[in-house]
Design a protein around this ligand. Structure first.
Ligand SMILES: [Zn+2]
Ligand SMILES: [Zn+2]
Length: 356
């Protein structure tokens, strides 16, 4: 079958349309016709080929194993069109959401469905292996296809990235989320997702910190307990006041020196800071703070297969509503990416099949 893909053939150059043959399926591979593929902010990093890791230094994505040409797109929903000889439990024609954060598939970590933490080879779809900016995608194993039922594929696709990332990060607070408000650094798209999820998980509520007054107002309108200007000289005091004495739970969706430092400054003993954002930069901390403040500074990287399954259940239960998205045809892939780069996108953009 011919497969039109929109590929990065050179970093920072327009995506190129390349026609490939879909491969002969082996093992329990699954071939999906892509019905939705989210255009994610992190795709801009893969397109640019670099991450800022602070002190004026970059980390090159080729050092991380990203090779060109690359078909991006890790937020994928699709309909099954063909199965490998060993694939089972999957229905031809049925809609599925794809778990994209794949590891080697062959070690103890991958076996317990924590492929996002695989110590061996990362094979994440749309980053290290071909993803969803295409008509068809090969999923290496049937277990990475999660049934969508009657959920809208376009609205569900971002659950595989922003959704599971937020779900996994909030999960690190466990039951404390019901008794303590979460201080959330960053009131952008991920912040709104986190706010809805705190509510869906019967959380106490969310206190936001953001530099942008419009974003602060938007989360207040959406039901945040408070929204604080992180640049205010008394920002830490304001966080203490809004949390009833100090932060115990901090979700940092920015990941800058300033946000991590502020979260710790406003934290009580026993504060847990979970960092998801990759703004870049470096932090310097007195090591004695760890025991003296009984503090935890923890990173969270996307989420695992079990978490994505649980998140889909939460959506199906009706507790968590998924945000509307803007749909654009696949052939607009490059334009959609450039609009995201230029800050012209509100909410999520999802590529859907070109009209026949
Ligand atoms: Zn993403
Ligand atoms: Zn592995």
């Amino acid at each position: 079958m011919k497969n039109a893909c929109y590929c990065v053939t050179e970093h920072r150059a327009p995506l190129q349309r390349i026609i490939q043959d879909t491969p002969e399926l082996t093992g329990d591979q699954v071939l999906l016709r892509v019905t939705a593929s989210g255009v994610c902010h992190s795709d801009l990093h893969f397109w640019e080929g670099r991450y800022d890791i602070g002190d004026g230094q970059d980390m090159s994505l080729s050092d991380r194993g990203v090779t060109l040409p690359l078909t991006m797109g890790h937020e994928i929903a699709g309909e099954v069109v063909a199965l490998g000889p060993d694939a089972s439990g999957i229905d031809i024609g049925a809609p599925y959401l794809v778990y994209p954060w794949l590891g080697c598939g062959d070690c103890a970590v991958c076996d317990r469905d924590e492929e996002n933490l695989c110590p061996n080879q990362a094979r994440s779809l749309g980053i290290f292996t071909p993803g969803g900016y295409a008509e068809y995608v090969v999923v290496p194993r049937a277990k990475y296809c999660l049934p969508l039922g009657d959920l809208d594929p376009a609205r569900a696709a971002p659950l595989a990235c922003s959704g599971v990332t937020t779900y996994s990060a909030l999960g690190k607070f466990r039951d404390a989320i019901r008794t303590d408000p979460v201080v959330i650094m960053g009131a952008g798209g991920l912040g709104h997702m986190a706010l809805r999820m705190v509510r869906a998980l019967s959380g106490k509520g969310a206190v936001f910190v953001d530099l942008d007054p419009a974003k602060r107002q938007a989360v207040l309108d959406a039901g945040a307990l408070a929204a604080i200007d992180g640049a205010a000289p008394d920002a830490a005091d304001q966080i203490r006041a809004a949390t009833g004495g100090g932060a115990r739970l901090v979700l940092d969706l920015v990941g800058a020196e300033s946000t991590i430092t502020l979260g710790l400054a406003a934290g009580l003993k026993g504060v847990r800071v979970v960092v998801v954002g990759m703004f870049g930069g470096q932090i310097k901390l007195p090591t004695v703070y760890f025991p003296m403040r009984a503090m935890t500074l923890e990173g969270s990287y996307v989420g695992n297969l079990k978490e994505l399954r649980a998140l889909l259940d939460l959506v199906r239960s009706g507790a968590l509503d998924i945000a509307p998205v803007t749909r654009r045809p696949l052939h607009d892939a490059n334009a959609a990416l450039m609009d995201l780069r230029d800050g012209k996108v509100v909410g999520r953009v999802v590529l859907t099949p070109d009209p026949a």
